[in-house]
Design a protein around this ligand. Sequence first.
Ligand code: NAD
Ligand code: ZN
Length: 233
Amino acid sequence: MKELFLALTGAGISAESGIPTFRGEGGLWKQFRPEELATPKAFAKDPKSVWEWYDWRRRIISKAEPNRAHLLLVELEQRLENFFIITQNVDGLHQKAGSKKVIELHGNIWRVRCLSCRAEYELYETPLKEIPPRCRYCGGLLRPAVVWFGESLPEDALTKSFELSQNCSLFLVIGTSGMVYPAGYLPFIAKQRGAKIVEINPERTAISDIADIVIREKATKGLEQFLAKMLNF
Ligand code: NAD
Ligand code: ZN
């Protein structure tokens, strides 16, 4: 079987594209923390505030371009026969950069789901004309089709991610705090099955202790360094 390579990416890989991470200074919106907004409970209580926060994030993301780290991962996909990205990001920048084999564990910020008729579709309007936005089919309340704290992950994406993690030989972990589960378990599963773990992150994380190689750099510089050294890029 062909050797399998994986990258798990988090908010940090998009930080250099100007998209704030959740953990750290730039993550705050008004006085709210993401943990207070990205939950079913917050949405049930105050859908308008939650949607205003999403509208703010959607506006930032709509203007963002993939950075060198996203592009290097596209190149990696082209050079390696068996390479997948598992991302916790909802910004779609891997696909915008040109990566094809991307598993989105937490959904996508451009998708919405109707709470009444369950329709799910893409909605690119930014800024939104009406907040909260209403379903184009039945007028019901829409929610972002992303995974909130306390919700389960899409089953197909999760099953595939576990399977890939169990079978990979090299696992790059880029720009994730490793604090959000079950995504945070994936490097541990890979490690247990003998994979080499490479962490690229300017800060120490929950994954640092099991990493075989730690590169304490931002995603762009760190990935450039790693690929130059390991794969003669
Ligand atoms: P996180 O906010 O918990 O952690 C961000 C990590 O990125 C930190 O470890 C930080 O040290 C690191 N980091 C910061 N700048 C970096 C850089 N330039 N290069 C490399 N690393 C850098 O993010 P998470 O682990 O992805 O988990 C939070 C959740 O937030 C996820 O579920 C995700 O869906 C969501 N989220 C997504 C986006 C996005 O789509 N861009 C943005 C914010 C949050
Ligand atoms: Zn509907």
